[in-house]
Design a protein around this ligand. Structure first.
Ligand SMILES: [Zn+2]
Length: 321
């Protein structure tokens, strides 16, 4: 198997960013089948990949890159959380690799995510129709930044639909509940979960000697964090736990490789969203007219601002009932 891939000419789906000796971030190119970021870590005698993108195609390129760059087949794949833009490419790495996640993440992939995928398969016609309608909406959008983002989303959705018939829902084969260490001949890495913040269960990959953390969607760089399945307070607690680690470099779930500054920005964002919604609820104002605060106006994933507000609004008003 060694050196099976003799050349890798790069991928349309991601750009490689060499962040330490044999630690490589694969940064998603917007509007392609990747959607989320991934990482390749050379452990010496074995190779590990973190997250598997949104499509089979992007994952195949990731596998080729990992094998080419490390000279070894991929032995371990980590799923930081269950979202499909981090797990859809799993099948590409089986049966050769072990796929590892927290037990909660595997449980959700085997229930909720599996059911949702079955619904997608049953409703492909409606989904394609929604994609076409969204395209018309894009043509009418006058805000250039938003228009570009919507076009990326539309293109990514098409990529996902294209590979849907070939998608084999592939679950993690090894699970852990708190912490797990993988030892290679050149370095050891730690898988850690502090519970659920962005989703019901989020794991990070920590490389202590290089002060790197591959953090999944707990930190996005210059993108609105996604609160759809979040527990905002727990998310803040988890980020505080991560701050106690010795970290200098962060591979975020979306956006460019970053540092603790972006982690602090995410904390600020979640705190701000909770404050904005609390204020609206207390003064009995609607959240519909609230605009993106100046500080976050250049960030991507703009459409998540409104869904984030609604999510927190529902949480607060439900608590008050
Ligand atoms: Zn996510």
């Amino acid at each position: 198997m060694k050196n099976r891939i003799e050349s890798f000419r790069g991928s349309d789906h991601f750009r490689l960013n060499y962040i330490a000796d044999r630690v490589i971030a694969a940064i998603a190119v917007p509007g392609t089948g990747s959607l989320g970021n991934a990482a390749i870590i050379d452990l010496g005698d074995t190779t590990l990949v973190v997250d598997t993108f949104s499509t089979i195609q992007a994952a195949e390129d990731l596998k080729a890159a990992a094998e080419y760059l490390t000279g070894n087949p991929v032995s371990y794949v980590i799923n930081t959380h269950w979202h499909s833009d981090h797990t859809s490419g799993n099948q590409v790495f089986l049966p050769a690799a072990h796929i590892i996640s927290t037990s909660t993440t595997r449980e959700i992939m085997n229930t909720f995510a599996r059911d949702r995928l079955a619904q997608y398969r049953e409703n492909t016609e409606q989904l394609y129709q929604a994609i076409e309608e969204f395209k018309e909406q894009i043509q009418q959008e006058t805000d250039e930044k938003l228009k570009r983002e919507m076009a990326w989303e539309n293109a990514s959705d098409r990529e996902f639909m294209k590979m849907l018939p070939n998608l084999v829902h592939s679950l993690p084969t090894i699970t852990f509940d708190q912490q797990m260490t993988i030892h290679g001949s050149n370095r050891s890495i730690q898988l850690i979960t502090f519970g659920g913040g962005h989703t019901q269960s989020d794991a990070i990959v920590y490389i202590p000697e290089d002060k790197i953390v591959v953090i999944g969607d707990l930190v996005l760089s210059k993108h609105h964090p996604v609160l759809t399945y979040a527990n905002p307070q727990e998310w803040l607690n988890i980020l505080e736990q991560i701050e106690l680690l010795d970290v200098e470099t962060i591979v975020p779930g979306h956006g460019e490789v970053c540092s603790l500054q972006e982690l602090h920005e995410v904390k600020g964002y979640i705190t701000d969203i909770m404050a904005i919604v609390t204020e609206a609820v207390q003064s009995k104002n609607s959240i519909d007219e609230i605009e993106v605060p100046e500080l976050y106006r250049s960030w991507y994933f703009t459409t998540y601002f409104k869904t984030n507000l609604s999510k927190v609004y529902d949480m607060i008003t439900k608590l008050e009932d």
